[in-house]
Every structure is written in structure tokens, then in C-alpha cells.
Design a protein around this ligand. Structure first.
Ligand code: KG4
Ligand code: ZN
Length: 365
């Protein structure tokens, strides 16, 4: 009988401290035994964004709490763990170091093997946590720190077809919320406010749609929102509830159009390259947005391609996806040593051109 592995996963690359226990084996669907995540929204609320030093300290304080709570929830102790997987980048370096140091300590203390995992690989493989999604598939990763199209060929082989050249969509949602005096994180607030808004009252740009390829840009959209808001305020001395709703709806409609059209192109590019993708999968916090999800689902249907979106707890930053990605590596014989270092930048596709800019959640991969 194939061996089943119990993997302890750790995630601390941004503003969520997370530990998970996952049971997996060749030919067996992964089983998440426990997932404990402690967010940091309150710690950063006064600063309008994630403060790296505050994040790193909170991770260092909360990682062992998450690990012991996850073990308790699964009814296991450390001796039952067969391997440890930890996010080793890309991300905010202080947080990544906190996780890597915690994993090294656990590995030394227990004598268990451990492996560093690319956070983006965790997201890219997350659809397989709950559904059978055969390789290769196309992944659109849309979060507060990242935005890219990846062909996922295998647990450690990815082709990047394009991505944002400046801000990530989540950053643009958060900035929009800030400009309209809505609370953080902004994505859900903007989505909710947009529900009663008119998406065509204000015309927002659809950046880079006039250029071929799958690259995207969202900083201009953010600036357009600022200018429109200022114009409305100058004209009327303030924003009504309807103005706010219309601004949110217009912004969200532009975001949907850009993501949908670029996804159409990414699917066409897979066909052009002769890569028969089994599905279009989406992950990252922005994938929670129902309008964006519906737009992407529509694109998949047009292309007669299966659409897969993991449940929200596996879409946003979480340690279950890291345990799964690391478990695949461990089962394949990969091991890291005490010389494993934390990497602020770590592109998944070594052949792709480096990205420009640095998002609020660290350097873009
Ligand atoms: O994946 P995630 O939890 O963390 C990383 O960025 O890695 O994503 C968080 C981002 C935030 O920018 C948040 O505003 C955005 O996802 N977000 C949304 C929604 N829910 C979360 N954006 C648009 N609509 C939503 N419903
Ligand atoms: Zn993430």
C-alpha cells in the first residue's frame, strides 16, 4: 500500500499566520485535518496597509500558537508528523524568516524532513486540495500581492504567460476603498457598495486592452478613480451614497472586463502553444469577488473549458496549500537543509522576465 504522509504546513509571508495538518499520499485525495489561521487586520488597521515590522513580530508570536492549535484540532502530536513544509518566499522578508526559523526549529527538534515552498506554487496548486484537476491547467492568481497567469504543468513546473506590470488587483480594490473612506480590507467593501451602483455612470479605463498579450496594469485605474472622485467632490462638495456606489460599480466593471479579456487571451495562448489545459482555475483573495468570478466563469464557458475556484479558505493565504505543495515535493524526495534561506523574490517560472515594481505585500515575483 502506498505510504500516506502527514504534513505540517506553515505560512507567514504576508499578514496571515497559518498552520495546517494535511494527510496525503500517491493516489489518495488530500485530507485537511486542521487549518488554523490568525489574521492581522486589526494590527495594521491604523496604518492603511501592512506594516512589515509589525507583521513579522506578530508571526513570530503566533506561529507556535497556530501549530499547537492545529495539532490539538487534528488530535495529533508532533511525532505523528512525517514532514514539514514552510513558505520560504516570495513575500515580506521578516514574516518569511519567522516561518522558516520556526520550521527549522521544529525539524531539528523532531528529526523530521522539511522543505521550503514557493508561496505562489501553494496558490497555484490549491485547486487540487478539493477537486481532481489534472495537469496541465491554467491558473489566474489574483490577490493583494500578486496577479499572474500560470500554466501549471507539474508540482514544480510552471509557465508564466503574463501578469501585472504594476499593482495587484487586490491593492487597487484596497486603494479604492481608502479613497472612498470605506474600511479595509477594501475588496469586500467595494464589492458590497457596488451592488447598488450604476457601472456605466463613470467611464473608467480598461488598461492595456489595446495591447496584445496577457500583461495587465491596474495603477492607472486607481488614478482614474482618484481623479473622478475629486471631480465629483469639487462639483458637489462631497460624495453621496449613490456616488460612492456608482464609483465602486464602475471600478469593479473595469476590473472584470480587464481580467476577463486577458483570461480569454491566456486561454487562447495555451491553445496556440498546443497545451491542452484541463481547466481554468482561479485563486487568491480577489477570487472571492462574485462579479469577477462570474466574468471568469463566462470566459471559461465560452472556451468550453472547466472552471475551478477553490473554497475561500483555500483561496486566500493559508497553510493547507503550503502543506499540499510541500507534501508533493517531500513525496518526490525533495529535502531542504538548515541552509534554507528566506527569499523576498522567487519567480515560479525561471524563464520569464523579472517583474517590475513592488506591491504593498512585498516584491512582485
Ligand atoms: O490572497 P489574499 O488573502 O492575500 C494576499 O494578498 O496574498 O488577498 C487579499 C486581497 C485584499 O487586497 C482584499 O481586498 C482582496 O484580496 N479581496 C477582494 C475581495 N475579498 C478580498 N477583492 C475584491 N472583492 C472581494 N470580495
Ligand atoms: Zn498569497
Amino acid at each position: 500500500m502506498a505510504k500516506t504522509w502527514t504534513i505540517l504546513g506553515l505560512e507567514s509571508s504576508c499578514d496571515d499566520t497559518s498552520a495546517a495538518l494535511l494527510r496525503m499520499g500517491a493516489g489518495t485525495p488530500p485530507d485537511v485535518l486542521a487549518l488554523v489561521t490568525i489574521g492581522q487586520d486589526e494590527l495594521h488597521a491604523d496604518f492603511g496597509g501592512v506594516v512589515p515590522e509589525i507583521a513579522a513580530r506578530a508571526h513570530a508570536e503566533k506561529l507556535d500558537v497556530c501549530v499547537s492549535d492545529a495539532l490539538a484540532a487534528a488530535g495529533l502530536n508532533l511525532s505523528a508528523v512525517d514532514g514539514i513544509a514552510v513558505t520560504a518566499g516570495p513575500g515580506l522578508i521578516g514574516g518569511v524568516i519567522s516561518g522558516v526559523m520556526c520550521a527549522k526549529g521544529l525539524a531539528v527538534g523532531t528529526g523530521k524532513p522539511f522543505v521550503g515552498v514557493n508561496h505562489l506554487a501553494g496558490h497555484a496548486l490549491s485547486p487540487q486540495l478539493t477537486e481532481e484537476v489534472p495537469f496541465p491547467y491554467l491558473m489566474l492568481l489574483v490577490s493583494g500581492g500578486h496577479c499572474q497567469f500560470l500554466i501549471v504543468h507539474a508540482p514544480d513546473r510552471f509557465t508564466r504567460l503574463g501578469g501585472t506590470i504594476d499593482d495587484a488587483p487586490g491593492e487597487a480594490f484596497d486603494k479604492t476603498a481608502r479613497l472612498l473612506a470605506l474600511p479595509q480590507p477594501g475588496g469586500p467593501q467595494v464589492e458590497q457598495t457596488a451592488q447598488v451602483g450604476d457601472p456605466v455612470r463613470y467611464a473608467f479605463p480598461r488598461p492595456l486592452l489595446d495591447r496584445p498579450g496577457c500583461d495587465m496594469s491596474f495603477s492607472g485605474l486607481k488614478t482614474a478613480l482618484l481623479r473622478t472622485r475629486d471631480a465629483v467632490m469639487a462639483e458637489r462638495g462631497g460624495l453621496t451614497r449613490a456616488d460612492r456606489a456608482d464609483l465602486c460599480a464602475g471600478f469593479q466593471a473595469a476590473m472584470c472586463d480587464v481580467l476577463a479579456e486577458k483570461t480569454r487571451r491566456a486561454l487562447a495562448e495555451c491553445t496556440r502553444r498546443g497545451v491542452p489545459v484541463s481547466a481554468l482555475a482561479v485563486a487568491g483573495g480577489v477570487a472571492a469577488n462574485q462579479s469577477i468570478r462570474a466574468a471568469l466563469e463566462g470566459v471559461a464557458a465560452e472556451a468550453e473549458t472547466r472552471f475551478v475556484a477553490p473554497p475561500l479558505r483555500y483561496c486566500t493565504d493559508n497553510a493547507a496549500m503550503i502543506a499540499y505543495a510541500g507534501g508533493l515535493l517531500l513525496m518526490d524526495g525533495h529535502r531542504d537543509g538548515m541552509d534554507l534561506s528566506a527569499r523576498p523574490r522567487w519567480p515560479l517560472d525561471r524563464d520569464s522576465a523579472p517583474m517590475l515594481g513592488s506591491g504593498k505585500k512585498g516584491a512582485k515575483a
